[in-house]
Design a protein around this ligand. Structure first.
Ligand code: ADP
Ligand code: MG
Length: 479
């Protein structure tokens, strides 16, 4: 009897293998199955978990039915027992195969199943994504309740994204905005609106699975999954999502493995008409990802959030202070909205420091306080210190020509200036020794190290020299 079932199952496996798109699907979904018994036309197979059973039923039932009928006969019945899932009884679950006629299967096009799934043999391994067994799967959405449509002020700058977002929330995955690709520079509301769409979808469809995740977190999860040999679980987890929101996808640039897995997930979800929302600090065309990913990101709607006009900025400030329950005069709001025209994060930051100042010092938020605070914030933003800037400042200090520094001149003052430039480039920029050397007359990294040591030594023995260095440093950092 036992031998029979093994033989029958073996023949089934051969047919199944022929009909799967990929070998790995076979390995994942069929190799872990153990044939247990065959009683007249009832075949019992053992699967490693309840999820495994559900997955087979959902994705491969058709294939199984056809195969079993072929090998056992039209009355074939399939029964499962579940091995490790303690949450369910170990009574066999049986599937009675319906007796409607079916098309022959061999030489058919492969029956498609979306992606490699968890290797059931590992289903007991610790799993960061906490794959539940039989219960209705609930994935925490990770959404920020503070970023909703209710407090997202509408303006010309966000009209398209906002209305597309509302349409998506009514009909996720079924509009032409799939994926929705939202891009803008920092602080213009990408994270807010992406969350708002998620929240609104949840409101309209409480049973839907919405997941918000930053691209960085996604990458960390994937890296962990790779290390722990749990990539299948990772994929499985993402396949359960109805609305996937990935924030700041530019983070995937240069991370090929993560990009690849995202590509897989994208294809599966999109193929199942699940909604995908992606944000980025640049347009798809400027996103330095592989062509196939970029082309998919262009499939739906690409929409930019732009800097809001003064009127919208005022409305946003009003919304922000309403959230905080604070009262600020129209005049002050007007002043902030006019002065802070970069982005909404800065706007929020200005407001926060204004409120902090007034409450620390028990002062009312008057226009003069607002002017004082905002003006100090808006004051020239700190210049980023570059090697070129250091070259200009040092050359200027020693009254020499910048070009001379780039020569090989060993003339006292020039080589000394060059050393100081290397020293500050090392101290105040993040350039590598090699880059610093290359930009200071094609020197190698050891020359840079030597220069830095020379400057330090010189400082410790020569007071006047030390003053030069201090003065130059002040000049560089007080910009
Ligand atoms: P990004 O993700 O583009 O960097 P955020 O979504 O973090 O920007 O937005 C920065 C801040 O501005 C947040 O506090 C957000 O709530 C607020 N904000 C952005 N757009 C709006 C808007 N239209 N209405 C109200 N607040 C907004
Ligand atoms: Mg953001």
């Amino acid at each position: 009897m036992d031998k029979d079932v093994k033989q029958v199952w073996q023949s089934c496996l051969e047919i199944i293998k022929d009909n799967l798109a990929h070998e790995h699907l076979f390995k994942t979904w069929f190799e872990p199955i153990k044939p247990l018994s065959l009683n007249s036309s009832v075949i019992t197979i053992q699967v490693p978990s309840h999820f495994f059973y559900e997955y087979l039923e959902e994705h491969y039932l058709d294939l199984l039915i056809k195969t079993l009928r072929r090998e056992i006969g039209q009355n074939a019945q399939l029964q499962y027992t579940i091995l490790v899932d303690t949450s369910v009884s170990d009574k066999p679950i049986s599937t009675i195969i319906p007796s409607s006629p079916n098309k022959p299967i061999k030489n058919n096009k492969p029956i498609h199943a979306p992606l490699p799934m968890p290797n059931a043999a590992q289903s007991n391994a610790p799993n960061p994504f906490a794959i539940p067994g039989i219960q209705k799967i609930t994935i925490p959405s990770n959404l920020n309740e503070n970023f909703s449509f209710d407090n997202f002020v509408e303006g010309e700058c966000n009209r398209l994204v906002r209305s597309a977002g509302l349409a998506i929330a009514k009909n996720p995955g079924r509009t032409s905005f799939n994926p929705l690709f939202i891009y803008s520079s920092v602080g213009l509301g990408k994270t807010h609106i992406a969350n708002a769409i998620g929240l609104e979808t949840k409101k309209n469809f409480p049973n839907s699975t919405v997941l918000y995740i930053s691209a960085e977190q996604f990458m960390q999860q994937y890296t962990e999954a790779t290390i722990n040999n749990e990539v299948n679980q990772f994929l499985y987890f993402y396949q359960m999502v109805d609305v996937l929101i990935i924030d700041d996808i530019q983070f995937f640039i240069g991370k090929r493995g993560t990009e690849e897995i995202f590509f897989n997930i994208f294809n599966t979800l999109h193929g199942q008409r699940k909604q995908i929302i992606v944000t980025s600090d640049r347009s798809p065309a400027d996103l330095n990802l592989t062509d196939r990913v970029v082309s998919r990101l262009k499939w739906g709607l690409n929409a930019e959030l732009t800097v809001p006009d003064v009127k919208t900025r005022k409305a946003i400030i009003e919304e922000m202070i309403r959230r905080d329950g604070i009262q600020i005069s129209e005049e002050v709001i007007d002043y902030i909205a006019t002065r802070i025209n970069t982005n909404l994060r800065d706007l929020n930051g200005a407001l926060v420091s204004l409120i902090a100042h007034s409450s620390f010092n028990h002062k009312n938020i008057t226009i003069s306080l607002a002017k004082q605070i905002i003006d100090s914030l808006v004051k020239a933003p700190q210049t980023i210190i570059t090697i070129e800037l250091i070259q200009r400042v040092v050359a200027n200090y020693f009254k020499i020509d910048t070009n001379q520094i780039l020569t090989n001149s060993r003339k006292g003052v020039i080589s000394q200036a060059r050393q100081i430039i290397m020293y500050f480039s090392r101290k105040l920029t993040r350039n590598s020794l090699a880059t610093i050397g290359a930009k200071c007359g094609n020197k190698d990294h050891s020359t840079v190290i030597h220069a830095c040591k020379m400057v330090e030594n010189h400082c410790s023995i020569d007071k006047k020299y030390r003053t030069y260095i201090d003065e130059i440093e002040k000049e560089l950092t007080n910009r």
